[in-house]
Unconditional design. Structure first.
Length: 260
């Protein structure tokens, strides 16, 4: 296991790339703290060549894309920024049973479902809407930091004797006002797979942060992801091949294309 690492960057793609390279050789880093800071306009920058190279590698192994992973944290395609937030919650819960059935990896639930219906039944009904509670508390003027957090780990469901479970790796998210009208979102991971999940995790946290910032009258300014440990789940040779593909494509685009 390598020593603890801290990555800071203003670009989501580059932050992931730097974090991935930290884990590639040792295979595991604990803890790994990735901070995407100084987000202009509330939406983090990306380098398309990095995300596209990763998605190609994921598709070749039959793994979900970065966007698919991100959607488990926040369903960005269902969010109408002009509508009341209850519309998003209602739309998501109406399709949740289908989402759960469509992929065996969702058999224990999805992160956004736990954020808006914690402790619900298999159909997504009942439970506590943690995001609504946080927003109501904030908008009533109670800005206590400990009130601005939500749990993903459910002891009633997740304390099992399984050797491997796979969900939920994300244990908690916390929101905190920073600077002048800024918002930080922090995600805590008990385990994080750096190739198949981390980029999508950062992207999903950014979408969730943008949603919460809008509803709180703030602007997303920072994303912090804490993983203990962060793991290279592919072989070292496969990880090296991926790193080379990213570097090769970046050089190609640098001659006349755009990586933004």
């Amino acid at each position: 296991m390598s020593k603890p690492k801290i990555i800071e960057d203003a670009n989501l793609s580059e932050a992931w790339s730097r974090a991935f390279l930290q884990v590639r050789d040792p295979g595991e880093v604990s803890p790994l703290v990735v901070m995407i800071k100084n987000i202009a306009g509330g939406k983090p920058l990306e380098q398309s060549v990095i995300r596209e190279s990763l998605d190609i590698a994921l598709e070749a192994k039959g793994r979900p894309s970065c966007q698919t992973v991100a959607n488990t944290i926040f369903p960005n395609g269902l969010w109408n920024r002009e509508a009341e937030r209850r519309c998003l919650f209602e739309r998501y819960l109406s399709v949740y049973p289908r989402l759960r059935r469509s992929d065996t990896r969702n058999k224990y639930g999805l992160y956004f479902q736990r954020l808006i219906a914690f402790g619900c039944n298999d159909q997504g009904r009942g439970g506590l809407n943690q995001l609504e509670h946080i927003l109501t508390t904030w908008n009533k003027g109670n800005h206590r930091r400990t009130a601005l957090q939500a749990s993903l780990f459910d002891p009633n469901k997740d304390h099992t004797h399984q050797r491997q479970r796979g969900f939920p790796c994300l244990q908690q998210v916390a929101f905190a006002p920073i600077g002048q009208g800024g918002l930080e979102i922090t995600g805590f991971y008990a385990t994080q797979h750096m190739i198949e999940k981390a980029y999508g995790n950062y992207l999903g946290l950014s979408w969730l942060g943008q949603f919460m910032a809008q509803e709180m009258g703030l602007t997303l300014d920072q994303i912090t992801c804490i993983a203990s440990p962060a793991k290279r789940e592919w072989s070292k040779s496969e990880a090296t091949t991926l790193a080379q593909a990213i570097e090769r494509n970046a050089r190609y685009l640098g001659k006349g294309g755009s990586g933004g």
